[in-house]
Design a protein around this ligand. Structure first.
Ligand code: ADP
Ligand code: MG
Length: 802
């Protein structure tokens, strides 16, 4: 059992503004813990009831300041928890903080770069790496992904998710067994045999979460997500199974309801925006007070699910995410206070071992049989009937393998049957006697032979010896030749079989694409094809969702989407990632080629070594010399080269394997970004469509495509659009938090490639009428015209301001 208080860490999100300097300081000097001091600026402190305190100090195990990279967060925070999960203990890591403070960034990772991947992908990578290394146990890994929104649980990996709204899905419910263990009904567990499979499940869940989110339900800030790795392990032959769960939790934003500034709120307990966070706090308070016996876990779904993580059988770690800017000071202090309470909670983690009943039955059955036999022997109850033919045959087989077994520890197990034991003794006696007779005959034969023969003459003797040596050499050569032929045939067979298995490479495979035609690529054989297939299946389902949406678009809307996409801030990320991906693909290709090279070099070296060997033997025969006892230096050199090539092959192979995971990750990031873009476009489109139908007669809007007087431009832009423009004119880059600004054209200055208003009416007539978008063709064309008009206004604006 491991007793441990919940570990608390703090992470400060990087800020773009300089003004926050002086708001906080980190003191790393203290021996056991670091401390974070938040200093209230004077202007804010004045607003307090109690304005004596101007700074607050909080202790954490460690504080990660703005520049801390994802890698160090994993190494320090997540790795120890992952290690204890591998050892069989439950683990939980949860991120707590206000919206925008970096919880998702820390737990899942950033959506842009591979290096930004967060705790979940890194932990998966680490766990699978460790599992591969440890061959002493048999491991099974399952993944589940639960979202709790408005006190209801949803399975983010439910296959029906793709077609449904969040509300239509069966709810995940809590069941409690008589031992008060919590079980989650309707939460699916998915086996993952590789890192890629687990990663795909993570992205699948995230995508499902994004699809289900609507402007009405901002689930990503108000819901809790619990990604769980279920790990079971067992030693071969043992009936004891260890189970461990690792929860990686991205909690809802911890902000409170009325954010009226620091004044007044700071020292009072304000209400949470999220009810279950309020219950979480109640549980934490109850746990941190020693005398409390009742802990209100049952008040909310989240506290029920995380019951073990809080004050139970689990090693738990909290990451307080802080966005330490002036306007966030009160929330940051609340987060730190919450962490201080959490740090008081003591958990007791135990090994979760369980006996597998099926394995236990087999074991018990054998034990019963042994005991019965022993009992029969002790009680003297003997069987008198003779052994059957079959029994005798089996017994002799056992004896034969026992005699042949070189292991001094080996035993002959015949059970507690006296008939069998007697038979064994008889058999051994017979074997011994037979051997004696044989030895006697051989020795008497040889003495008679020797007595009959005359002693050999010296020269005859030498002649015979040289003949014998010659024959020996001949046999050696023949044996070598035979070996070579056999190897060739084997290679040919192997080659043809791998060619067959490689006949259908998985789509997108960077490794196959890079290899010269007909050459054997070792990855496809080494990395299991089934896993690749499942990975591609996952991805294709994501892609299908995406392209499915696209196919339904009319030409007009597609064109609008292209404009929207071009000007969207995320398209830069997508483009950047495309470039990185391209680079990685060519790296993978180069690595693939280098591996193929190493492989053929290895083959050549092996061939050269055997040639050399043969040459040496031939030389020995030609010169009638005995084979040299010292090793041949040439052969040694070749062997050293062979080892070198082998290690080059191995390192390149490992690098390629890591690259494969990175490519997979980048592709998933891109899929997700594209899907997000499309979703934002759909929302914007629907909004524009409805506002156009309400506000402007279609005919007026058709005119908008034509050049129009300056005063009309502002009328054309809807209320929201002009908000977008304000943002664009202001800070330069749109604020990430300002969704309205993003939903309109998000670029500060739309690109200046001329978007000549092409004849939209022609294109729209071509549009298949069977796939209406807004349900109204006129409106579609209106919107397109409107976008184009806006485009040209914005272009003019930009040119003007330049
Ligand atoms: P939360 O989940 O707490 O609401 P996010 O993780 O979504 O917050 O972070 C908000 C924004 O800040 C995102 O765009 C994210 O990429 C960025 N961000 C957060 N933490 C960091 C960090 N440590 N480094 C760089 N960017 C960060
Ligand atoms: Mg988040």
């Amino acid at each position: 059992m491991v007793k441990q208080t919940i570990q608390i860490f703090a992470r400060v999100k990087p800020s773009v503004r300089k003004q926050q300097q002086g708001i906080y300081s980190v003191d790393e000097d203290e021996k056991l813990a670091s401390s974070l001091e938040i200093v209230l600026p004077r202007d804010l402190a004045d607003g307090f009831v109690n304005n004596k305190r101007e700074s607050y100090k909080f202790k954490f195990q460690r504080i990660f300041d703005q520049e801390a990279k994802q890698e160090i967060i994993f190494e320090i925070i997540a790795k120890p928890v992952a290690e204890s999960t591998l050892a069989g203990y439950n683990g939980t890591i949860f991120a707590y903080g206000q919206t925008g403070s970096g919880k998702t960034f820390t737990i899942t990772g950033g959506a842009e770069r591979y290096s930004d991947r967060g705790i979940i992908p890194r932990t998966l990578s680490y766990i699978f790496e460790q599992l591969q290394k440890d061959s002493s146990k048999i491991y099974t890994t399952h993944i589940s992904y639960l979202e709790i929104y408005n006190e209801c649980g949803y399975d983010l990996l439910d296959p029906r998710h793709e077609a449904s709204k969040l509300e239509d899905l069966p709810k995940v419910t809590i069941l409690e067994d008589p031992d008060q263990n919590i079980h989650l009904k309707n939460l699916s567990l998915h086996q993952a045999t590789t890192e890629e499979e687990a990663l795909n499940l993570l992205f699948l869940g995230d995508t499902n979460r994004m699809i289900a989110e609507t402007p009405m339900n901002q689930a990503s800030t108000r819901s809790h997500c619990i990604f769980t790795v279920h790990l079971s392990s067992k030693e071969p032959g043992s009936a004891t199974v260890r189970h461990a769960k690792l929860h990686l939790v991205d909690l809802a934003g911890s902000e409170r309801v009325s954010k009226t500034g620091v004044g007044g709120l700071l020292l009072t307990e304000a209400k949470y925006i999220n009810l279950s966070l309020h219950y979480l706090e109640q549980v934490i308070i109850a746990l941190s007070e020693k005398h409390r016996t009742h802990i209100p876990y049952r008040n909310s779904m989240m506290t029920s699910v995380l019951r073990d993580s809080l004050g139970g059988n689990c090693m738990t770690t909290m990451i307080a995410t802080l966005s330490l800017e002036k306007r966030n000071i009160d929330e940051s202090i609340s987060t730190c206070r919450f962490a201080q309470r959490v740090a008081l909670i003591k958990n007791e983690a135990i090994l979760n071992e369980e006996i597998d009943p099926r394995l236990m039955i087999v074991r018990l059955q054998k034990e019963i049989a042994d005991l019965k036999a022993e009992l029969a022997m002790v009680t003297g109850e003997q069987r008198t009937e003779a052994l059957t033919e079959e029994e005798l045959l089996q017994l002799e087989k056992l004896i034969a393998s026992f005699v042949e077994d070189q292991d001094p520890e080996s035993r002959l197990e015949v059970g507690a049957d006296m008939r069998k034991i007697h038979h064994c003794f008889h058999h051994f006696k017979k074997l011994l006697n037979d051997k004696k007779t044989l030895e006697n005959t051989v020795s008497s034969e040889s003495t008679t032979q020797q007595a009959c023969q005359e002693p050999l003459k010296d020269e005859e003797y030498t002649k015979l010896r040289s003949l014998l040596k010659q024959r020996d050499n001949e046999i050696n050569i023949l044996v070598n030749m035979l070996k070579k032929e056999k190897k060739k045939t084997q290679d040919a067979l192997q080659y043809s079989s791998t060619e067959k298995s490689e006949a259908r490479p998985p789509p997108n495979s960077p490794f196959i694409a890079g290899s010269p035609a007909g050459q054997r690529t070792s990855f496809s054989s080494s990395l299991s094809q089934t896993q690749d297939l499942s990975v591609y299946r996952h991805r294709s389902s994501l892609l299908h969702k995406k392209t499915g949406m696209r196919e339904e678009m009319s030409l007009g809307r597609q064109e609008a989407f292209e404009i929207f996409k071009r000007d969207h801030a995320d398209s830069v990320t997508i483009e950047d990632n495309k470039q990185v991906l391209k680079q990685r693909f060519s790296e993978a290709k180069a690595l693939g080629e280098s591996i193929n090279e190493a492989r053929s070099k290895i083959g050549q070296l092996k061939e050269a070594i055997s040639q050399r060997h043969l040459q040496q033997v031939a030389l020995g025969i030609a010169e009638s010399m005995a084979p040299p006892s010292t090793p041949d230096p040439q052969e040694q050199k070749l062997r050293a080269q062979l080892e070198e090539e082998k290690s080059r092959y191995k390192t390149t192979f490992m690098r390629l394997k890591a690259l494969k995971v990175e490519i997979e990750h980048l592709q998933l990031l891109m899929d997700k970004a594209k899907l997000k873009l499309q979703k934002e476009f759909e929302a914007w489109w629907a909004e524009e469509a409805s506002s156009l139908q309400v506000n402007s007669p279609a005919t007026n809007l058709q005119d908008a495509a034509k050049p129009f007087p300056q005063q009309d431009q502002t009328q054309l832009l809807s209320k929201k659009s002009s908000q977008g423009l304000e943002v664009e004119n202001g800070a330069g880059k749109p604020d990430v938090c300002d969704r309205n600004a993003r939903r309109i054209l998000p670029s500060p200055c739309p690109s200046l490639h001329s978007q000549e208003p092409s004849d939209s009416s022609i294109q729209l007539q071509d549009r298949p009428s069977s796939i209406p978008l807004t349900g109204d063709r006129q409106t579609d064309s209106d919107i397109l015209a409107f976008i184009k008009a806006r485009q040209s206004i914005l272009q003019k604006k930009c040119l003007g301001s330049n």
